[in-house]
Design a protein around this ligand. Structure first.
Ligand SMILES: Cc1cc2nc3c(=O)[nH]c(=O)nc-3n(C[C@H](O)[C@H](O)[C@H](O)COP(=O)(O)OP(=O)(O)OC[C@H]3O[C@@H](n4cnc5c(N)ncnc54)[C@H](O)[C@@H]3O)c2cc1C
Length: 477
């Protein structure tokens, strides 16, 4: 390809397949792949050792894939704008493309980089790659003033009606043959992590998805809320680093759904699975159109709600020693694996916000230290949803009773006993009867061991919170 090369700057889109940003760059010139490790990225990776390990493993995989195309990942460390500008000059590139960020800081950094490039006469293309349907595409369908959707149900309806684009055109991808120096690929150690980068990157992501679609997707409806069942796809880390294209996931699931031979259970499961994937886009567009939600509640009526910044039992929640077995199991699963089952996240977050009355931002920050996922928009949207200050427009917050949830979704305590060592000795029959229909656990069950008694009386705490909530809403609105 004649003409000047075009830089593609990777960040959370660490793959070559079905890549909207790479396709845009390739249409403008032979591609030069760049990875800049700036302070913002470094800080994200330093926060969670597992996240750092995932990122470094996925970057190494990307480099290997690029080498198969006769290219390589050029790595630079330093301030984003100066490194990108210097590299554009070195490579005599016509411009730079990259994938849009959906968190407030990332969006600000995107704007500033674009301005710096354009000031010096370079083309700058910010491309929607992470969501299946870009935020503006859905806002257009809505015919709105482009503020996007604040409620999930109508969003999902519009989302389902949109055609999913494909960027599977590897033959069009041409890489520039330039002799350019690269710094060393990132290593987890430089971000203070000693974890090996297992299960990271595009190949592993594709393998995990294929396995899910072939073996487990059919039972998603029945098993996705059962924390012991391994019933969800566990793709969130792969998707958040763009090791897998969400578009190709949706296309593959929709293709199965369109199969006339698909049975009822399979159809129900695939529909629900697509609904889950749409939630990811929903929260991305929510943040895209409402970047202020990184700091404050989406719902105006809840801004200024007096959440506590601390609680005598906050450290017990952090450590997974609340005395509520389902919550403790989830938090310990997070500590050990970098992931927590989605439904257990809701129950554990509810305990923090409602039973302890602690600010959702404290919970978000705490989990951010452990999660592999790197998706601030999803984190904020979900935390606000659970705390009753975001896009869930229910009249009153949905307060989960943690023990009732355990009895419903983990009746034999398979999940709880997997993660909470102190409770392994308690026989199945005891769990089935535990607490009967009462609000609280049967404390005698746990009395003689090291496992703590529940840190709050759930019923009383929930009533107390609801009273405060009602008073605040009536006073302020
Ligand atoms: C309090 C709370 C905090 C959360 N924090 C994060 C976070 O920091 N980062 C993050 O990526 N997700 C977060 N989630 C959403 C969700 O729990 C995780 O994405 C989870 O890892 C999905 O597991 P899975 O891949 O097995 O899901 P599946 O059920 O198999 O869903 C498939 C994919 O759809 C997407 N998805 C499903 N549910 C949601 C959702 N509610 N919101 C956004 N995307 C969704 C994910 O990309 C997921 O991989 C949070 C949820 C709650 C309740």
């Amino acid at each position: 390809m004649a003409g000047r090369p075009f830089i593609y700057r990777f960040r959370n889109d660490l793959r070559l397949d079905d890549h909207a940003g790479l396709t845009v760059a390739a249409a403008r010139g032979a591609v030069v792949p760049l990875l800049v490790i700036d302070d913002a990225l470094s800080a994200r990776l330093r926060r969670s050792p597992r996240r750092a390990a995932y990122f470094c493993g996925a970057a190494a995989n990307l480099d290997a894939d690029l080498r198969e195309h006769g290219s390589r990942l050029v790595v630079r460390r330093g301030a984003l704008e100066s490194e990108v500008l210097r590299f554009a000059q070195e490579s005599d590139a016509a411009g730079v493309a990259w994938s849009a960020a959906y968190d407030a800081d990332g969006m600000e950094s995107d704007r500033s980089l674009r301005a710096a490039l354009e000031d010096l006469g370079y083309a700058a293309c910010i491309v929607h790659d992470a969501p299946v349907i870009p935020p503006e595409d859905i806002a257009t369908v809505r015919g709105d003033d482009s503020r996007g959707y604040r409620a999930f149900a109508p969003y999902f309806e519009a989302w389902t009606a949109r055609r999913v684009k494909s960027y599977e055109s590897p033959l069009l991808l041409q890489f520039a043959r330039l002799q350019i120096e690269s710094q060393l690929l990132p290593e987890a150690g430089e971000f203070g992590s000693s974890r090996p980068a297992d299960a990271a990157g595009a190949r592993r992501a594709q393998h995990d998805f294929d396995e899910f679609l072939d073996l487990r997707a059919v039972e998603y409806a029945a098993r996705s809320r059962v924390p012991s069942a391994d019933g969800t796809s566990r793709l969130s880390a792969h998707l958040s680093f763009g090791a897998l294209s969400a578009r190709s996931v949706v296309r593959a699931a929709a293709e199965r759904l369109a199969n006339p031979l698909a049975i009822g259970e399979q159809r129900r499961s695939l529909r629900l699975y697509l609904r889950s994937l749409a939630r990811r886009d929903f929260f991305a567009q929510l943040s895209w159109f409402n970047p202020q939600t990184a700091r404050e509640a989406l719902q105006g009526k809840m801004q200024g709600f007096p959440w506590s910044r601390s609680h005598p039992m906050l450290d017990s929640w952090r450590a997974g020693t609340t005395g509520f077995p389902l919550v403790d199991a989830g938090i310990r699963q997070l500590h050990e694996t970098g992931w927590m089952h989605p439904h257990v996240r809701s129950v554990a977050a509810s305990l923090l916000c409602f039973d302890l009355g602690v600010d959702w931002r404290i919970g978000q920050q705490e989990w951010d230290r452990w999660l592999i996922e790197d998706d601030d928009a999803a984190a904020t949207g979900n935390w606000q949803w659970i705390a009753g200050v975001g896009a869930d427009m229910a009249q009153f917050p949905r307060i989960y009773n943690p023990e009732r949830q355990r009895r419903r979704f983990d009746p034999d305590a398979i999940y709880v006993r997997r993660w909470v060592e102190e409770l392994r000795h308690i026989p199945v029959e005891a769990w089935r009867g535990a607490g009967g229909d009462s609000r609280q656990l049967t404390l005698a069950l746990f009395a003689d061991r090291s496992y703590p008694a529940p840190i709050v009386d759930h019923g009383r705490a929930a009533r107390h919170f609801l009273r405060r909530y009602r008073e605040f809403v009536e006073r302020e609105n």
